[in-house]
Design a protein around this ligand. Structure first.
Ligand code: SF4
Length: 279
C-alpha cells in the first residue's frame, strides 16, 4: 500500500516539475524575445551636416515581412519652445536590415535647437506606409543627443556590416563554345537570332552570309513580371538592361537601334520576360 502511495506521489511530483519547467522555459523565451528580439534602431553618423540624420534599422523580417519606407522624428516639448515639431522623410522600401542617411532640411535644425530640447520627449518612428506598421522609439532629448554623439558608423559602414547582400539565385550560364567545324562557305543564310559579330564567329570563314543578318531597330522594349534577376540581359546589353535588387528595368535612355542585341538578350532570358516590338 505504502509503495503504491509513494509511487503515486513521485509521479505527481514529476508531472508538476515538468509543467513548471515548460512554463518557465516559455516565459524565459518570451522574455528573451521581449528584450532582445524586438526591432532596433541604431543611431549613425550622418554625412549631411546639421540637417542630416542617419540610422540603421534591424527587425525580424521573417516574423514581420514588411517593407519600411518612412521615418518621422517628433519632438514633444510642453515646457519649451517650440512645443511640438515633426519632420518626415520617405525612402525606397526596405525589406531587410538597412540604414539611411537622410536630409531632413531646416525642420531638423529647428527640432534640435528647440528651447528645452534636453528634457523634451523625442520619438523616432519608422514605418511601413503600405502595411500600416509603425515602430516607435521614445527617448529624452539628452539621450537622443548622447546617441548622436556616440555614433561612429556611417550608413555605408552599417550597410557593409549588417545589410544582407542581394540574394540572387545562383545561375550558371554555359559559355558559347563551338564544337563543330566552321560552317563551309555557302550562300545559304543562317537563321540564328543574334548579332552579326557573333554570327560571323560562328560561321568562321564561311560567315559572310550569316554576318549579313540584318539588324533592326525596336520601338519599345519592356520587362514583364517574373524576372529572376539572373543578370543575363545586362551581361549582353548593359546599355539597355539594368538589373536591380529584385527585378530588371530598361534604362531611361536605352538605345533602341540594335534590335539584334535586344533579341539576343530576350532569347538568353531564362524566364522569357523580355519583350519588344520592332520599329
Ligand atoms: S530580365 Fe530575364 S535575363 Fe534579365 S535579369 Fe531578368 S530573368 Fe535575367
Amino acid at each position: 500500500m505504502n509503495v503504491i502511495l509513494l509511487s503515486m506521489a513521485i509521479a505527481i511530483l514529476l508531472s508538476l516539475g515538468l509543467v513548471i519547467s515548460l512554463g518557465g522555459l516559455s516565459l524565459l523565451s518570451g522574455t528573451m524575445e521581449f528584450f532582445f528580439g524586438g526591432p532596433k534602431v541604431e543611431f549613425l553618423k550622418s554625412t549631411l551636416g546639421d540637417t542630416g540624420f542617419a540610422f540603421g534599422f534591424k527587425w525580424n523580417d521573417e516574423k514581420e515581412p514588411a517593407k519600411f519606407d518612412q521615418i518621422k522624428l517628433r519632438l514633444f516639448n510642453p515646457f519649451g519652445d517650440p512645443t511640438q515639431v515633426e519632420v518626415t522623410q520617405h525612402f525606397a522600401p526596405q525589406g531587410k536590415t538597412f540604414s539611411m542617411d537622410l536630409d531632413f532640411g531646416a525642420g531638423l535644425r529647428t527640432l534640435l535647437k528647440a528651447r528645452g530640447f534636453k528634457s523634451a520627449l523625442i520619438q523616432v518612428e519608422i514605418s511601413s506606409t503600405k502595411s500600416g506598421i509603425f515602430h516607435q522609439f521614445d527617448m529624452r532629448g539628452h539621450g537622443f543627443i548622447k546617441k548622436l554623439e556616440a555614433a561612429t558608423l556611417t550608413a555605408n559602414d552599417f550597410n557593409d556590416q549588417f545589410k544582407e547582400g542581394k540574394s540572387k539565385p545562383i545561375y550558371f550560364q554555359t559559355k558559347r563554345t563551338f564544337i563543330a567545324d566552321p560552317v563551309p562557305s555557302s550562300n545559304k543564310k543562317l537563321k540564328i537570332a543574334t548579332n552579326p559579330e557573333f554570327a560571323g564567329d560562328f560561321a568562321g570563314a564561311g560567315g559572310g552570309a550569316a554576318a549579313s543578318v540584318e539588324n533592326f531597330a525596336v520601338s519599345k522594349v519592356w520587362i514583364e513580371p517574373g524576372c529572376i534577376v539572373c543578370d543575363a540581359c545586362e551581361g549582353i546589353y548593359p546599355e539597355v538592361f539594368e538589373v536591380l535588387e529584385d527585378t530588371c528595368i530598361i534604362r531611361p535612355d536605352a538605345p533602341l537601334h540594335d534590335g539584334l542585341k535586344i533579341e539576343e538578350s530576350a532569347e538568353a532570358c531564362p524566364v522569357e520576360v523580355i519583350k519588344y516590338t520592332k520599329a
